[in-house]
Design a protein around this ligand. Structure first.
Ligand code: 5CA
Length: 159
């Protein structure tokens, strides 16, 4: 069956289908590479964009996924307490090696290998949120509750 989606978006849609929720990738004519661009293209607020940000544990060098509300900045010091080690920024190569996706399209699920995930508690106040779907112009809509379920993420204060 061909859905007409780009390969990376298709990969995420396949992963989404396995969860048993109605989650559908939308490919937009405009860029959704950044949270601001995604919000503009969708017509939602930037805070309703669930950014999937990859970090690296300073000691273990293991990847870590933080799904943050579009307007929030991750306070690495605050998150350290939950992770048990200091965080480092991941570069583009690290992100793509561990997730299988390029920056600007990193989805919250469907990665090459499962990644320990934390979710910004601020996302839980919205009825619907939007996440990237593998490419810089594909997104999907979901509820915060479903995000927590499909990622098995731990909800924390990232600020
Ligand atoms: N598709 C949109 C949201 S639906 C998206 O992926 N937005 S994002 O904010 O989650 O992804 C962009 C993020 O990638 C930035 O916030 C930034 O943390 C990260 N990023 C951008 N450029 C680099 C870079 N050169 N190295 C490491 N991380 C980067």
């Amino acid at each position: 069956m061909s859905s007409g989606l780009k390969k990376s978006a298709e990969k995420v849609q396949t992963a989404l289908n396995k969860f048993g929720f109605e989650l559908n990738v939308v490919e937009l004519p405009k860029s959704t590479r950044t949270a601001q661009e995604a919000a503009n293209a969708i017509g939602c607020t930037v805070s309703q964009i669930a950014k999937s940000l990859v970090f690296k544990g300073k000691t273990t060098q293991k990847p870590l996924l933080i799904i943050a509300s579009g307007t929030n900045r991750v306070n690495e010091k605050a998150v350290k307490n939950y992770v048990g080690e200091e965080l480092e920024k991941a570069d583009a190569k690290f992100v793509s090696e561990h997730t299988g996706f390029a920056i600007g399209g990193v989805p919250p699920v469907g990665h090459k290998n499962p990644i320990v995930t934390f979710i910004d508690e601020d996302l839980l106040q919205y009825e619907e949120i939007w996440a990237a779907d593998g490419t810089p112009n594909a997104v999907f809509k979901l509820t915060p509750k479903v995000l927590v379920e499909i990622t098995k993420g731990r909800v924390i204060n990232i600020k």
